[in-house]
Design a protein around this ligand. Structure first.
Ligand SMILES: [Zn+2]
Length: 306
């Protein structure tokens, strides 16, 4: 079966060997992303449903504008063979989101839509350091860790959120230095996100995620860590392990659900532990063709800096 990920790969390839189309693509993506980031700055209260609906409408308008501009500028730039190859593949992928890109009729449309919309979730994911986070929450911390840095038997909910984000950030930094590990883990999470989004669309019940996450850990993440064991052995995982230990004391059930497997799974465990609502919701939109209003988790709202 062909997936949307394969289409994105095909589009990247076609653009790579077509510098004129690639330049058009790049310029329109850059403008679109700028507009999305500016839009997010205007709407910064995720609890305001009316505002979130307006944000959704305006986001849609930016994507629409980017797509029409791309059609205008790039439709003559691809050879008939390239268009045929792309059409043959993209028409085999189900779903109205991909269908919308297919209807555009110009290779690169799906990548364009994705890149413009992605500016939104990336914009939401810049976190402050653990030290800053702990200082920010010191006045509300119930377990003492934020003020004393003495490790308690169990972290309070605020500290649990802080150490989880710190662990994920540390993992991202470590993985950034190992490109193969990074791209293989990326593929595992692409597949998992599809699965999680499908579960949410079908049941709307977050607890139904646990078996899917466990499977991804036991199979995909473990396989990547085993395959690249030599490369990973050269990385400094000291801080990653410290934070992994600290997260064992988390009060977030969805995090500790897999805690005893982390040492065996390895890199990727932090991302798996983190419930990233915006990512899952973006994927739900791609699969269902409609986009539920983004609802960042409590911790993401507390610790993210726009
Ligand atoms: Zn605390």
């Amino acid at each position: 079966m062909i997936t949307s990920i394969e289409i994105l790969g095909t589009e990247e390839l076609l653009l790579q060997r077509n510098p004129r189309a690639a330049a058009v693509h790049q310029a329109i993506v850059a403008r679109g992303r700028e507009a999305v980031i500016a839009l997010n700055e205007r709407f910064d209260d995720p609890s305001d449903d009316t505002a979130m609906e307006r944000l959704d409408t305006e986001l849609e308008a930016i994507v629409e504008r980017s797509v029409s501009e791309y059609v205008r500028q790039a439709s003559g730039l691809f050879s008939a063979e390239d268009v045929d190859l792309w059409t043959a593949k993209i028409s085999r992928v189900p779903g109205s989101y991909v269908g919308r890109a297919a209807a555009v009729g110009v290779p690169g449309a799906l990548l364009l839509m994705e890149s413009v919309e992605e500016a939104e979730s990336e914009e939401n994911s810049t976190f402050v350091s653990l030290d800053d986070t702990l200082s920010n929450i010191a006045g509300y911390c119930q377990c003492g860790y934020a003020t004393s840095r003495i490790v308690p038997r169990q972290l309070c909910r605020l500290c649990s959120g802080g150490v989880l984000i710190a662990w994920r950030t540390e993992e991202d930094q470590v993985i950034a230095t190992a490109p193969k590990v990074r791209s293989e883990l990326h593929a595992v999470f692409e597949e998992l996100l599809d699965e999680l989004a499908t579960i949410h669309l079908a049941t709307g019940d977050a607890s139904a995620e646990t078996p899917a996450r466990r499977r991804a850990g036991n199979t995909g993440i473990t396989r990547v860590n085993e395959t690249y064991a030599e490369e990973i052995a050269l990385l400094d995982l000291t801080r990653w392990r410290e934070l992994s230990d600290l997260n064992q004391l988390s009060q977030i059930t969805a995090v500790t659900a897999h805690a005893k497997h982390w040492s065996q799974w390895g890199l990727g465990s932090a991302r798996l532990a983190m419930q990233s609502d915006p990512e899952i919701q973006a994927r739900m939109r791609r699969i269902a063709g409609s986009r539920p209003a983004p609802k960042p988790s409590l911790f993401e709202r507390l610790f993210s800096r726009r």
